[in-house]
Write a protein that binds this ligand. Structure first.
Ligand SMILES: [Fe+2]
Length: 168
């Protein structure tokens, strides 16, 4: 990889995100299918639909910048999803398995939040004003998804707390 000018970095970030979103689109149905909680399943299914729109936004940005979105593999997302695969294969306490799935999904969203923040800052610095609202729309969706996953995990975690010890 050779980064000579700022647009090179913007293109590279765009391509990484495009591939990351493609990997997520393939993986998310398996995670949703593994969850045994209806609210988590619908949260993931709704975010999958958002993710498909996010892929289209990235393609739109690629056309604006006259650059191809493909050609790069996101190794970061590959690693995070490999951990997610481990969570999918977990057995044992159903609440803990669910928490492992939610933890893996939260890692995905936090990766995306930081990547879209970087892309937005590069777009601002590079004067790509048309791309900024598209990037920001996706970034906000990722933040909302992360928050929803966190809420779901917290309510499950409350169930795993030991009963308070009674002091007489
Ligand atoms: Fe996402």
């Amino acid at each position: 990889m050779k980064l000579e000018e700022q647009p090179d970095l913007f293109r590279r970030q765009l391509q990484e995100l495009y591939n990351a979103e493609a990997q997520i689109t393939l993986a998310m149905p398996r995670v949703a299918a593994r969850s045994s909680i209806a609210a988590v399943k619908s949260l993931l299914t709704e975010h999958l639909e958002e993710t498909r729109s996010q892929v289209l936004r990235l393609e739109q940005i690629g056309r604006m910048c006259d650059c191809s979105c493909s050609g790069v593999r996101s190794l970061g997302m590959q690693g995070i999803l490999a951990e997610g695969e481990e969570a999918i294969g977990c057995g044992g306490d159903p609440v803990l398995v669910e928490l492992a799935l939610l933890g893996a999904c939260q890692k995905v969203e936090h990766y995306e939040m930081s990547a879209y923040t970087m892309l937005r800052e590069l777009a601002i610095a590079g004067g790509l004003s048309e791309a900024i609202p598209l990037i920001e729309a996706t970034r906000k969706e990722e933040m909302a998804a992360a928050k929803n996953l966190e809420r779901a995990a917290n309510s499950l975690l409350a169930r795993t707390k030991p009963d308070p010890v009674e002091v007489s």
